[in-house]
Write a protein that binds this ligand. Structure first.
Ligand code: ADP
Ligand code: MG
Length: 456
């Protein structure tokens, strides 16, 4: 067997995608080949010694681990320099390929191609707009309608998983549609740095520069990656000046605003700020819910509303994790043939939720207590005094005091407008009962556990 069978390769690739992340995977592994060499060795062709070094440094470990997971043990991995398609011309095409699945082109060398591949799903149509990303989205639309106009450069920033790459791809798709004659170069910062270093070594700086500068739209994703790479920063600065002189559109993304990127010199900061800088924040509950609806719809999966609500309240930090949550739930449902319901969602997300660091709210605690005690939030807040309801009220007060920084007054407001003395009384009641009541202690432990895991 000189090649791996398709299934084994697919499993290896899926492991690699998990371990190195989607973007790096798309850049480096899409075209990788594994060639069996003897009993226990696998050769991976690379086009030159530069990529050989890079792969050794960055990818040996993830590849070995992927083999370990799929086959139980890792063979000897050899990155083998192999005569391949001309890397100089294949390194990057000026035009993005719109459909990443198109197979008609000559294959680019594995681990080498940073031919800009646009994700077909990262379009404006698939982008849900909310207060957290409205400005960035509007600016991106403007740029795609009028590249080289006033929003130049466009600088989008925000922490990971909030939609920067999605918007960058959407702009490129749109420009391709509206102005197909324009030449677009889309490059990740990692590839920019690698190509720069490579062309320095090969004495091919001139052709590297020509490639970057002979474009109408120059897009660089994740430029915080440059922070400690002096030579590349310098090169980017020169590219910037060269392109800007011709009123070409430049678009950058980063995990922080220009002035907050460590080690970024003033002159680059001010270059970036010359155009339009827009931040993307973490999405609100409503936006998260809208995104979940949209993702479910795009993939034609039916997910009940209470499950979507559960995901939107449990996963708050970023949109990539929201997608991950859907994938996990759908994956488990398919594997175990269980229908998607709230219990399945809780099981699927138990790990994710424990790690959530956002502060708990009184409402969440209320919901958990009510659910476990079969009481409604309305009953909790009304005047009823049945034993079950008053016990739940006391527990809510006690748990809200334990898990949140809310004042007694705030807690009272959530319990139907009780004053702070009443809330103090509730808490004292529980504290007193805990000394003697084993069942209450067990109940409280179970509730605390659910609250910590946010199993609303
Ligand atoms: P970043 O580049 O900021 O780390 P990405 O652009 O890779 O984030 O987004 C992560 C995932 O979330 C992608 O799959 C993207 O499609 C999705 N996503 C982000 N923002 C939105 C949005 N507003 N609407 C729909 N999907 C989004
Ligand atoms: Mg990104």
């Amino acid at each position: 067997m000189s090649q791996f069978d398709i299934k084994a390769k697919a499993e290896l690739l899926s492991q690699l995608e998990n371990s190195v992340g989607k973007e790096r995977f798309d850049n480096w592994f899409k075209k990788i080949e594994f060639i069996s060499a003897g009993e226990n060795a696998v050769h991976i062709p690379v086009p030159n010694s530069f990529y050989q070094d890079f792969a050794e440094r960055e990818f040996r470990k993830p590849i070995e681990e992927a083999f370990g997971k799929v086959f139980g043990n890792a063979p000897e991995i050899v990155f083998k320099v192999t005569e391949m398609a001309d890397i100089e011309t294949d390194l990057r095409q000026a035009e993005p390929r719109l459909d990443p699945s198109t197979k008609t082109e000559a294959p680019a060398p594995p681990l080498a191609s940073n031919a800009p591949r646009l994700n077909g799903e990262y379009t404006f149509e698939n982008f849900v707009v909310g207060p957290s990303n409205r400005l960035a989205h509007a600016a991106a639309m403007r740029v795609s309608e009028k590249p080289g106009g006033v929003y130049n450069p466009l600088f989008l920033y925000g922490t990971v998983g909030l939609g920067k790459t999605h918007l960058l791809h959407a702009i490129c798709h749109e420009i391709r549609k509206q102005s197909p004659h324009l030449r677009i170069a889309y490059i990740s910062s990692e590839n920019f740095v690698n190509e720069f270093v490579y062309s320095l070594k090969k004495g091919a700086l001139e052709s590297f520069r020509n490639k970057n500068r002979n474009v109408d739209v120059f897009v660089v994703d994740d430029i915080h990656f440059f922070a400690d790479k002096e030579g590349s920063k310098e090169e980017l600065f020169h590219t910037f000046n060269a392109i800007h002189g011709f009123r070409k559109q430049m678009i950058f993304s980063s995990d922080a605003a220009p002035k907050d990127i460590p080690n970024l010199e003033e002159r680059l900061v001010s270059r970036f700020q010359m155009g339009f800088v827009a931040g993307i924040d973490t999405p609100t509950y409503e936006t998260r819910l809208a995104i979940l609806h949209s993702k479910a719809e795009t993939r034609d999966i039916r997910i009940p509303d209470d499950v979507l609500h559960f995901i939107a309240t449990s996963v708050r930090s970023n949109i990539r994790e929201l997608e991950g949550a859907i994938n996990k739930i759908v994956g488990i449902s398919t594997l175990t043939a269980r229908t998607i319901d709230i219990d399945l969602a809780r099981d699927a997300l138990a790990d994710t939720i424990v790690t959530s660091t956002l502060p708990l709210t009184i409402q969440e605690i209320q919901r958990i207590v009510c659910k476990c005690h079969n009481v409604t939030v309305q009953e909790l807040q009304a005047k009823g005094w049945s034993k079950r309801i008053s016990a739940s009220r006391q527990l809510c007060a006690y748990l809200a005091r334990t898990f949140t920084n809310s004042s007694l007054k705030e807690i009272g407001e959530h319990l139907g407008g009780k004053d702070h003395a009443t809330v103090m009384y509730y808490i004292a009641k529980i504290e007193g009962a805990l000394l003697t009541d084993g069942r209450l202690r067990a109940d409280l432990d179970a509730l605390s556990d659910r609250i910590r895991k946010r199993l609303v």
